[in-house]
Design a protein around this ligand. Structure first.
Ligand code: AP5
Length: 213
């Protein structure tokens, strides 16, 4: 079972990837998380990627493709995975195909740009385990600490309003063309992101049920 989640920044890809993983056992793989971990660890790739991620632009394809290839070789990918944030443009989609990877389904989560700004400005992430919260729609029961590991909740550098607008611009210019790409392969399913995480998860479940993946 191999699933791609498409959608604008803040569409809820990471949140729904976690949900699908809990339901199906497939491993959630976020290239954003992989890159942020490399930045935090100060690896050469991480240091090179930092200026792109901080500016809200895409990290160069060859760098991300290499990181993804390495990740997909790990044991927990054998029984399926959910790609969150990859591919981000047509050339990354073609790279996936060149690797011989066939995805079963591509779910595009639609969200209004105005909701994206509100969601990302209210998002908080754990600086230890990366768990995601929102000050209004998904507050941590432990206040400013992570419910899972007691890590400190922080605002991502790229969730500042001016960077969010740049990420949205990049999404419309570079990622949105993937919708047509996967529609042509008859793999695309489109759904709206509802105002609550639970309703959106029900929409995802309905798609997975219909697709019997
Ligand atoms: P990445 O980390 O992938 O960021 P993104 O795609 O912009 O997506 P986000 O993580 O911001 O949002 P999401 O859709 O996962 O939403 P979430 O579930 O968190 O990438 C960051 C950067 O890394 C990129 O800008 C780029 O520089 C680089 N990068 C990554 N991949 C790359 C690639 N392949 N190629 C090149 N560069 C790459 O939800 C958001 C918030 O809303 C949360 O607070 C959540 O609690 C809340 N929420 C979620 N769903 C709902 C709902 N239905 N109702 C109400 N609130 C909700």
């Amino acid at each position: 079972m191999r699933i791609i989640l498409l959608g604008a920044p803040g569409a809820g890809k990471g949140t729904q990837a976690q949900f699908i993983s809990e339901k199906t056992g497939a491993t959630p793989i976020s290239t954003g998380k992989i890159i942020r971990a490399a930045v935090k660890n100060g690896t050469p790739a991480g240091l090179a990627a930092k200026e792109y991620i901080d500016a809200g632009r895409l990290v160069p394809d060859e760098m991300v493709i290499e990181m993804l290839k390495e990740r997909l070789c790990e044991d927990d990918c054998k029984d399926g995975y959910i790609l969150d944030g990859f591919p981000r443009n047509i050339s990354q989609a073609l790279a996936l195909e060149k690797m011989g990877i066939e995805v079963d389904i591509v779910i595009d989560i639609l969200v209004f740009d105005s909701d994206v700004v509100e969601r990302l400005c209210g998002r908080r992430v754990c600086n230890n385990c990366g768990a995601t919260y929102h000050v209004e729609t998904k507050p941590s029961l432990k206040g400013k600490l992570c419910e899972l590991c007691d890590g400190t909740l922080i605002t991502r550098e790229d969730d500042k309003p001016e960077i969010v607008l740049e990420r949205l611009r990049v999404y419309h210019a570079e990622t949105e063309p993937l919708i047509r790409h996967y529609n042509a392969q008859i793999k695309l399913r489109t759904m709206r992101s509802f105002p609550t995480i639970e309703d959106t998860a029900n929409g995802v479940l309905a798609i997975l049920g219909e697709s019997a993946v």
